[in-house]
Design a protein around this ligand. Structure first.
Ligand code: DUC
Ligand code: ZN
Ligand code: ZN
Length: 461
């Protein structure tokens, strides 16, 4: 099967031009102006933007909080209607099992026959012991060249101390495995949480008070020092504030391979959302917490200038009615995370590109090209010859409103409820197969494929 997409405005991370794309089977075979090729099907894309499918490198489909599970891969078609064709899912290491064994079982049992989008995994360290450190180089061979460690969550089995992080960094370095950290100071948070609750300050807003900016900054800076000492690269996930971003930028300016991402919600929401009445604030409980306007402005500037190099969703599909209500009496019991896999495109485009904060090429870089490089997904993230034909056709004129109603995320709320979106994802091709038509999912379960990441992704710069 071959397809010719004609006369669209093709946007890549480096340029933008009106042209044609010729796809044969799963692959882009030609890109240029007025291509003279015979195709089984011709798609007219005049007036539309044509971009590489998004890579969301921060998704939770198996997160579990006190036995309550998020929505899983059965909702992965939400990625596609939101212009994301590949996602990377965090898999928590199971007790008594190896990291690769955990991922392999999870893939076989809960992912490969269900996934509607292409996918890879990040390991999440459970008990960080010698066995795990010995396994890190093998992760690169297995095709999962990344692992997250939690500096936050004192007392949780997956909490990692400095020794564990340092050992993981040492073990990762020669294998090209990227260590990622959730950087928040666990002790500060633990003490503040207990003090606030003792004072009767139990509403969702106090979630932000218990996790102050400097708890994130201190842990970020500490992780940077640990990585620099180990001589290893480091990736800081979900950076929420100015000072943590500055620590990463400063290290990077010194030539250290220290990088980070932010997430869509930190760019458009803030701590005033946590103060919404009737427990509505619980919808915005994520960690690190939403910050203030100052940080939002700085983060837009940071992604514009490559001081942070990707914008992820940190998608976490807990519902409001039951699961978020676990914390009705105490903010510390609210499951963390917000559902936003479907809206990452809308947020970055409408509030970034349309608001004049980032260019269209920068959008592609943050949404697709950089996450592909960081995670070693060599055939993804670009409209170019030989790349997978993961292609989004976007109508920039069709406006809409973001709402949970009719969303494929399967969650009873959206943190972006009622926000305007400019433009609509019209068609999405996953490796050459039309999977979204007129904004509606038309693919099938199991069409997604495990795409193995190559090591040394952070050395792309
Ligand atoms: N960290 C994440 O990356 N996602 C949800 C909760 C958390 O602590
Ligand atoms: Zn985290
Ligand atoms: Zn996350």
């Amino acid at each position: 099967m071959s397809i010719l997409i004609k006369n669209g405005t093709i946007i890549t991370a480096i340029d933008e031009f009106v042209g044609d794309i010729f796809v044969e089977g799963e692959t882009i075979r030609a890109v240029g102006e007025n291509l003279k090729v015979e195709a089984d099907e011709t798609i007219e894309a005049e007036g539309k933007y044509v971009l590489p499918g998004g890579i969301d490198q921060h998704v939770h489909f198996s997160f579990n909080y006190r036995g309550e599970k998020v929505r899983g891969f059965e909702t992965s078609n939400a990625a596609l209607v939101g212009g994301t064709t590949t996602l990377i899912e965090f898999v928590n290491q199971e007790e008594g099992k190896g990291m690769i064994e955990t991922i392999d079982n999870y893939n076989k049992e809960s992912v490969e026959s269900i996934a509607m989008v292409d996918y890879c995994f990040h390991g999440v360290a459970g008990e960080a012991n010698e066995q795990l450190f010995a396994e890190i180089p093998k992760m690169a061979e297995y095709g999962v060249p990344t692992m997250k460690l939690f500096m936050a969550y004192k007392g949780a089995p997956y909490h990692c101390d400095d020794a564990a992080i340092f050992r993981a960094l040492q073990a990762s370095k020669d294998a090209g495995v990227t260590i990622m950290v959730h950087a928040e100071n666990a002790d500060i948070i633990d003490i503040l949480q207990k003090q606030l609750v003792a004072e009767g300050k139990v509403e969702p807003y106090y979630h932000a008070v218990s996790r102050p900016v400097y708890a994130e900054v201190e842990a970020t800076q500490r992780a940077i020092y640990l990585a620099a000492t180990a001589g290893a690269p480091l990736y800081v996930v979900h950076v929420s504030c100015q000072e943590a971003m500055e620590a990463i930028r400063e290290a990077n300016n010194k030539g250290l391979p220290i990088f980070g991402e932010t997430c869509a919600h930190y760019l458009v929401l803030d701590e005033s959302d946590l103060a919404k009445p009737n427990f509505e604030g619980a919808k915005y409980v994520c960690s690190p917490p939403l910050r203030t306007q100052r940080h939002r402005d700085v983060l837009w500037n940071a992604v514009k200038n490559n001081w942070l190099n990707a914008v992820s969703s940190d998608h976490c599909g807990f519902d409001f009615k039951k699961q978020k209500h676990m914390g009705i009496k105490n903010f510390a019991d609210i499951p963390n995370g917000t559902p936003s896999l479907e809206n990452r495109f809308d947020i970055l485009w409408t509030y970034g590109v349309e608001a004049g904060k980032i260019s269209r090429s920068k959008f592609v870089e943050l949404f697709s090209t950089n996450p592909a490089k960081i995670n070693g997904l060599d055939n993804k993230g670009h409209i170019g010859i030989g790349y997978d034909a993961d292609i989004v056709i976007f109508d920039p004129d069709k406006k809409g409103i973001i709402t949970a109603e009719g969303s494929l995320q399967g969650v009873d709320y959206s943190p972006y409820e009622g926000m305007e979106k400019i433009g609509t994802v019209e068609k999405v091709y996953l490796r050459g197969n039309l999977t979204v038509k007129d904004g509606k999912f038309i693919g099938e379960k199991g069409q997604g494929r495990f795409i193995k990441g190559k090591p040394f992704g952070l050395c792309y710069k």
